[in-house]
Design a protein around this ligand. Sequence first.
Ligand code: F6R
Length: 369
Amino acid sequence: EKGGYTSFMLKEIAEQPRAVADTLLGRIDGSGALSLDEVRIPPKALREADKVVIVACGTAFHAGLIAKYAIEHWTRIPCEVELASEFRYRDPILDPQTLVIAISQSGETMDTLMALRHAREQGARVLAICNTNGSTVPRESDAVLYTHAGPEVAVASTKAFLTQLVACYLVALYLAQVRGTKYADEIRAVVRDLSSIARSVERVLETMEPVRELARALAHKKTVLFLGRHVGYPVALEGALKLKELAYMHAEGFAAGELKHGPIALIEDDLPVVVVVPSPRGRSVLHDKILSNIQEIRARGARTIVIAEEGDDEVVPYADHLIHVPATPTLLQPLVTTVPLQVFACELATARGNEVDQPRNLAKSVTVE
Ligand code: F6R
């Protein structure tokens, strides 16, 4: 049942190109426009929405953080992302013009369920993004967009995360289409980029041997830090979460710009720091900023593990280890930059003798608050 892999996690990492492609299937019409009729929220309600609130936990929360960048950029609707476990305890402002998006792989996470129940009681509309047909979260929501990752068995979420991102991009583009905040040809261009991502993920997977080698070499370390900016920041958080849960290691993700406000004090000789570098094309300011962040930590002795786009020559002098990913538009980059971090955590945990499918103290779905 593991299809020749030694763990479900490795199998599920390998299934990601297929999972991404399947989640797009049937959701784009012949003209390249979004056709999300399955989202049964009337277009009028989507046009009238004045705020999007995303609630989720763990890895699904990281998908939500990334979705915020896409939703606000493409639709200009303000979007908040909140941990489901915090949401209802702070008396959030919700009304019928609020579109709540609840993201959950299992559809049974109690914190997420309680958050969406609270939102519906306040009159908000809830759209679920979920991987499990007929589970509680979609049943209790107004509408659902299923991710087609297929069953995820390993406790650590991998392919579900990538498909949650795809579903979020689809919802964001659909909102832009319905509200007319983007021209049809702009939407088509993004859809084309999305459609070619499965191939890029496949290419990343073909080049992971150096990442596995590096993970084994770092298996004795106590701490690994992760840095990113813009959508690379949630990717850094996700990389750190994977390492915590699988390798039982101290790992933290930071927004690279926050370094100087405290975390840079952690940098010491030979401390591994993974840096997720944004594309040098497009938002090049971000690229310049992160280059100087890498220089700062390297000057203080950090061992830099740099994830950067192919052809990004500027990072080369600052990378002790360089991991290339295919060129991808900035907003979609998490679909490719997350993959090496999953492989890194899985291999490092295995080198430490941990059981990757069943990390200690964790359950696949958390049905208690
Ligand atoms: C991390 C992980 C968890 C889940 C979280 C939410 O690898 O798997 O952080 O993402 O418990 O679970 P779902 O998506 O089922 O609501």
